[in-house]
Ligand binder design. Structure first.
Ligand code: NAD
Length: 499
């Protein structure tokens, strides 16, 4: 499709589809073929301000809509998404590049989250507690906060918006959503379906454009008390700094450098399957991707040769084609970054076992394809073992025993996902306790979160919050404690201790 014939899309503000105030646009392209998929408004601070005004006005009514009714809208949204699951997955394979089964999984996660948070409309539990005084009633309740700024990356373009927008809405907040500029089409579809499900005008608004313009204004806007961002560590730090003057609630889900530990007693067939899936699924562009494999001496050589063989059998191609295991990476910049780490690894003395090059020919030359890459003999301190590459590259590290394995796994600045393959239940329980990460898998890869459990990381992966599960509600509500005195007299807490 030529650029000029690609469909144009707009922002959605206060229930109206509108162009950017500046009239400027940008294109979204398929990373597999370079085909232009759509033209989007390149918005600026003016557009953000309009969206925030709309969200602020809508908040006054939305916060008073009974939570079960808000939840029903999410149920309708979940059903619409389920009806269109195949079509949205196809779109994702084209715009973001994932292979179809993974794209369908991304959509399924959003369906699950919508139903889970829809049900929360009938819970949103607070607490009632006894009072220290007679004839007095105490309770705590969750209260919505206001306008939430939702800023998302491109790698889970339907799932991640749902992790943020579904809980924000059921709690009674309104939203201004800025999707990544690599996946605006999926962001747009997400909001279209929300509107179709019955979200009132102004309750959810979408403003397309870059982080430096749209994202930055959202972060600094005084009428946006909550920012929820998933992205890189660098962006997270900048956002936190920029929001400091307004003392905003900042929820950050950032990078990872996740490891799979394989001990001598592991089921190696299972471990190989888990590693290949975790390292090369979504072309390694998952925050929970296994970019390190920590292998015990006794199985190191065997594991290495099996991994290389399995990696070399993976088929690259456009995500929508049958039989493709690994799609493209997101863009030229990502391709260059991934390749630069191959050079860094070689310079550092790691052994390149397979991959390490851009894949071309056989219909791959128009896209951004990189061969699944494995480094062996990696020292835990090397940059390829410390820094997030966000591509199909993993580093094999040799250790003597489980204590060293856990030390190496923990020896990074991030703390998102972790995994251990062992048949020893005592070792597994020690690892569950000692691995410094928000998520630990036993005898599974580093991938596979379910929406009803908290999701997020320790250390440099975030700032202590979690999304998904009940924990997400803490991001989108404030606790209010309420004391009701029905004694008819002034009772003084901590003073009238004798009553
Ligand atoms: P990114 O940090 O470049 O961008 C994320 C979003 O932030 C985009 O929408 C971007 O436009 C916006 N942004 C950039 N600068 C901004 C600024 N100054 N102010 C406000 N907004 C700004 O990340 P990406 O390349 O889109 O995604 C990949 C990163 O996301 C990886 O580091 C990955 O680990 C991380 N990630 C984390 C999780 C998690 O749950 N922990 C999940 C998925 C991805």
């Amino acid at each position: 499709m030529a650029t000029t014939t690609a469909k144009s899309f707009q922002n959605y503000i206060g229930g109206e589809w509108v162009d950017a105030a500046s009239g400027e646009t940008f294109e979204t392209k398929s990373p597999a073929t370079g085909e232009t998929l759509g033209v989007f408004p390149r918005s600026s601070a003016d557009d953000v301000d309009k969206a925030v005004d709309a969200a602020k006005a809508a908040y006054e009514e939305w916060r008073l809509v009974p939570a079960p009714r808000r939840g029903e809208i999410l149920f309708r949204f979940g059903r619409l998404l389920a009806d269109q699951k195949d079509e949205v997955a196809q779109l994702m394979a084209r715009e973001m590049g994932k292979v179809l089964p993974e794209a369908a999984g991304d959509v399924q996660e959003a369906i699950d989250m919508s139903f889970y948070m829809g049900g929360e409309g009938r819970r949103l539990f607070g607490q009632t507690t006894p009072s220290e005084l007679k004839d007095k009633f105490n309770m705590s309740v969750r209260q919505p906060i206001g306008v939430v700024g939702v800023i998302t990356p491109w790698n889970f373009p339907i799932a991640i918006p749902s992790w943020k927008i579904a809980p924000a809405l059921v709690c009674g907040n309104t939203v201004v959503f800025k999707p990544a500029t690599d996946t605006p089409l999926l962001g747009e579809r997400f909001v279209e379906l929300l509107a179709e499900a019955g979200v009132p005008p102004g309750v959810v608004n979408i403003v397309h454009g870059g982080g430096g313009a749209v994202g930055d204004r959202l972060v600094k806007h005084p009428d946006v008390p909550v920012i929820t961002l998933t992205g890189s560590r660098e962006t997270g730090v900048e956002v936190m700094r920029n929001a400091a003057d307004n003392l905003k609630h900042i929820h950050l889900e950032l990078g990872g450098k996740n490891a799979i530990i394989v001990l001598d007693d592991a089921d190696l067939d299972l471990a190989v399957e888990g590693i290949i899936w975790s390292a090369f699924g979504t072309s390694g562009q998952r925050c929970t991707a296994a970019s390190r494999v920590i292998a015990q001496d006794g199985i190191y050589e065997e594991l290495q040769s099996r991994l290389v063989k399995a990696a070399e059998q993976l088929r690259l191609g456009p995500g929508w084609q049958d039989g493709v295991d690994v799609g493209p990476v997101i863009n030229q910049k990502a391709l260059e970054k991934i390749h630069s780490y191959t050079e860094i690894g070689k310079d550092e003395g790691a052994k390149l076992l397979t991959g390490g090059e851009v894949a071309s020919g056989n219909g791959l030359s128009d896209g951004f394809f990189y061969r699944p890459t494995i480094f062996g003999d990696v020292d835990p301190g090397m940059r390829v073992a410390q820094e997030e590459i966000f591509g199909p590259t993993t580093a094999l590290i040799r250790v003597r025993d489980v204590d060293e394995a856990v030390r190496v796994s923990n020896g990074i600045e991030f703390g998102l996902s972790s995994s251990i393959f062992t048949r020893d239940v005592n070792t597994a329980f020690r690892a569950m306790r000692d691995l410094e990460a928000g998520i630990t898998y036993i005898n599974a890869g580093t991938i596979g979160a379910e929406v009803h459990l908290p999701f997020g990381g320790t250390k440099g992966t975030g700032n202590g919050h979690r999304e998904a599960g009940q924990a997400a509600l803490d991001v989108f509500t404030e606790w209010k404690s309420i004391y009701v005195d029905y004694s008819g007299k002034l009772q003084k807490a901590q003073i009238d201790t004798a009553s």
